[in-house]
Structure formats: C-alpha cells, structure tokens
Design a protein around this ligand. Structure first.
Ligand code: AMP
Length: 430
C-alpha cells in the first residue's frame, strides 16, 4: 500500500511552538497595560463580509487590491479572512451600538490576521496583531494618550530605543489637495517611476511617498510636503499632539513620508520601527480614522488606533536580555516534577501523588511505563526536562515515604509520604 501523504502548514503560515510562551507573555503584558488605561478586550470573528474591507480599508489599498483571502461560502456570499483589525472593530461599534455606552469607546484585541503576501522574514500570510482603538473623541489629547499607552507597553516589555515616526496626513480635503500637487510634481518624471508608482500616480499618489526605490526617493526629495498643505484645523491638531508628546517626554521624529498603507487614515499617523528587524522593520503602525465609521454607514464618529505586528514584536522581545531571562525563569518555574511509580501495581497511586502535587500548585507528570527498566524511565523524565523526580515502590509504600531525587545535582532524599507535596514545593522553590 502506498504511504499516505503527510500534511504541511500552508505557505506563509506557521506552527507557533517554541515561541508560544513569548506570544503569551506579550499578550499578558498588553492586557495589563491597556487595562490600566481603561481599555477592555474584545474579540471579533476571523471572517467578515468582503465588502467590509473593500469599503473600510479602501479599494485603492494594496491589502484590498492584492492581499485578501476571499472566498464564496455555500450561499455564494463573498467572505474574507480578516486582513486587519480596525474595520471589524468599526463594524462591531455600529452593530453593537457602542455609541450608547460610555464614551469614548476604548477597546483592544489580539489574534491572527491574513494577507496573501510574498512570505519572507518577518512577513507571513497568517500573522498576529495586538491592537487598540479609541472611538468617539476627535481631540488631539486622545492621540497623545493612545501613544503614551503604547510606549508604556513597549517600555514594560523592555524596549529602550525605538524609532517613533509621526506625521499628519490631514483631513480628506488636505489629502486631496496634496495628492493633486504631488501628481503635478511627479508627472514630468512619469517615465522614471516604477510600474507600481506609475499606477499609484492615478489611483493613490500619496502611497508613492513610502517607496523603497532609491531613484524614486531621490525624486521625492524636492516634492511638496504634506505639512505645508494642511488646513488650519488639521495643523492645529497636529501641533497639540507634538507639543503634548514632548511634554510627556516622548521621543519622536516627524517623518514627512509617513502615509501608511490603508486608505482610512486622517490627521495623525505613526509608525514604530526597529533597526534590529531587517527589511521588514515596522513593528507597528496606527493613526486617526475620522471618516471610517461614516464610510461604513454610521454617523460621523472619529477614531484612532494602532496595530502591533505581534510576530515581529516577539522576535525583538526574545533579543532583549531582561525579557528573555524572565521567560526562561517562567519556563523553569513550569518544569514539571515527574512521578515514577516502581512496579505496575502502583500506577494508580502515582496518579494520586501527582494530583496532590498539582493541588499544591506544583506542575507534575506521571511516568506510567512500568515495564521498562528504571534507567530508561528516568531518561524519559529527563527528556521532559524534569529536574525533580518522585520515586516510590513497595518499600516506600510500607515505610510511608517517597524518594525525591534532584536530577541536576544527582542527589536524593527520602521524605515522609504525609505532606510530601509541601516538602517538594519547598525544595523546588529553594
Ligand atoms: P498594518 O495593518 O499594515 O498597518 O500593519 C501593522 C503591523 O502589522 C505592521 O507594522 C507589521 O508589524 C505587522 N504586519 C502587517 N502585515 C504583516 C505580515 N504579512 N506579516 C507579519 N507582520 C505583519
């Protein structure tokens, strides 16, 4: 009979195994810090109507144009695996009538997102984001507070010198005015632009600003600047954001070229990058989206938020000595004690001992394979990375004792069966 084919993960999607504890660690930190700022966690479905992203993220965006995992369900409705988190939150805001609750609405979320991109280091087809949104306040202080919260989170993870880029893309009318100027400026150089930028010249000239092509970057040196065409209200808003961030000691750089990839942004936009990440160096991005909720059929309600690329964040966290030491200590704390009953008739008793350890908060596993020689079974315990072994057989049972062996130091002691869990707990935390 032919061997059956085995399965692999889908290209660009990965099993999280060794990195799973670091994923959990940053998630816990996010919960802790974001709730200090009055944010509550929400979870939205992984699948939404395709139209939500077409309208919410924008047809001109790369994400909608090229990267969505869309499919028809059995009734022929077009559905999409969510490529980003803000449009679903805006949908949830309207659907659940969050407008009638306390304002502004402050939520955070985390989970998997999907984009059909060319996989490479730091760029996946299933990736993970941790995001937060503040909906219902148009004022600049919300922008500042959101950024302060974000930086607090990153600081608590142990990050020190991150590059915070800040810009304002203005209101819709400023953007239109600017797009027109940029188009006029670039038109004479059309032939020198790459295919992508030539296309964007028609569809979304703003996006040309974040080109990576050296020649295009050179051309853009002399381009008109967005900040010079900002209307009064957008300019004032940006000024307050900058002044207040300085007040709070936030180190940032104004980056005239920062426009972000999704169409819904207005006014404040930001990105945090790390030189340690290589080509895909953006850890996170965010900004204000004052037109999004109206675009989705709701009233005109402003919002601001960010999305952190969790996969990239974790890669960086693992390089921070303090953070990885904490993770190792945690892994160490979770190493189970291995209970090894000697003789097949004591397996049930082994389970009782393991349960007593667990009841005392000590992780425990049981080695039941009593037919194998003791040496092989101890080896098995070592493979489970158990440092401590609890051994017992007939002799111990009669004497009312168990043997506690320390693998690392190759020592052992006989302890009383009564209250043995407390003794083990004391020894392993000594
Ligand atoms: P965006 O929703 O495009 O603003 O992305 C926010 C953050 O998510 C980026 O700064 C990245 O860190 C992360 N991200 C976006 N797309 C991917 C991807 N395909 N793979 C890994 N991380 C991603």
């Amino acid at each position: 009979m032919a061997a059956k084919r085995r399965f692999q993960t889908i290209k660009g999607m990965h099993d999280l195994v060794d990195k799973a504890p670091a994923f959990a660690f940053v998630e816990e930190k996010a919960r802790e810090v974001f709730s200090l700022f009055g944010y509550r966690e929400v979870r939205t479905p992984v699948v939404e109507e395709t139209e939500l992203f077409v309208r919410g993220v924008g047809e001109g965006s790369e994400v909608v144009g090229k990267q969505m995992y869309s499919f028809d369900d059995k009734k022929g409705r077009s559905l999409t695996l969510r490529p980003e988190g803000t449009a679903p939150i805006a949908r949830a805001y309207l659907q659940n009538n969050w407008a009638s609750g306390p304002q502004p609405v402050k939520v955070f979320y985390m989970g998997p997102y999907f984009r059909y991109e060319r996989p490479q280091e730091g760029r996946y087809r299933q990736f993970h984001q941790i995001g937060a949104e503040l909906i219902g306040d148009p004022g600049p202080y919300s922008d500042v507070e959101l950024l302060v919260m974000l930086l607090r989170f990153l600081e608590e993870l142990g990050f020190e010198d991150l590059e915070v880029g800040l810009n304002s893309v203005g209101d819709v009318d400023c953007r239109e005015r600017y797009s027109e100027r940029l188009r006029e400026f670039l038109e004479p150089y059309r032939d020198e632009l790459g295919a992508d930028s030539r296309r964007r010249l028609e569809t979304n000239p703003l996006r040309i600003l974040d080109t990576k092509t050296p020649r295009e970057r050179e051309l853009l040196e002399g381009a008109p600047r967005l900040r010079d065409v900002l209307g009064g209200p957008a300019r004032d808003h940006f000024q307050v954001v900058r002044d207040e961030l300085e007040q709070f000691g936030v180190d940032f750089e104004i980056d005239d070229r920062l426009v972000r990839g999704l169409d819904y942004y207005t006014r404040t936009v930001f990105e945090i990058t790390s030189a340690d990440l290589g080509a895909q160096n953006a850890i996170l991005g965010g900004g204000r989206y004052d037109g999004l909720i109206a675009e989705l059929g709701g009233p005109s309600v402003p919002g601001i938020g960010f999305a952190i690329g969790q996969d990239r964040l974790v890669d960086l966290v693992l390089k921070i000595p303090g953070a990885s030491a904490r993770l190792n200590a945690e892994a160490h704390r979770r190493q189970p004690v291995c209970v090894v009953p000697i003789g097949s008739s004591y397996r049930g008793h082994g389970m009782v001992l393991a349960q007593e350890l667990r009841a005392a908060g000590v992780p425990a596993i049981c080695e039941f394979d009593s037919l194998r020689p003791l040496k092989a079974r101890l080896k098995q315990a070592a493979r489970h990375r158990c440092r401590w072994i609890v051994l017992f057989g007939e002799d111990e049972l009669v004497a009312g004792t168990v043997v506690l062996r320390d693998f690392t130091n190759s020592t052992q002691e006989t302890i009383s069966r009564d209250g043995f869990a407390a003794t083990v707990k004391a020894r392993i935390s000594a």
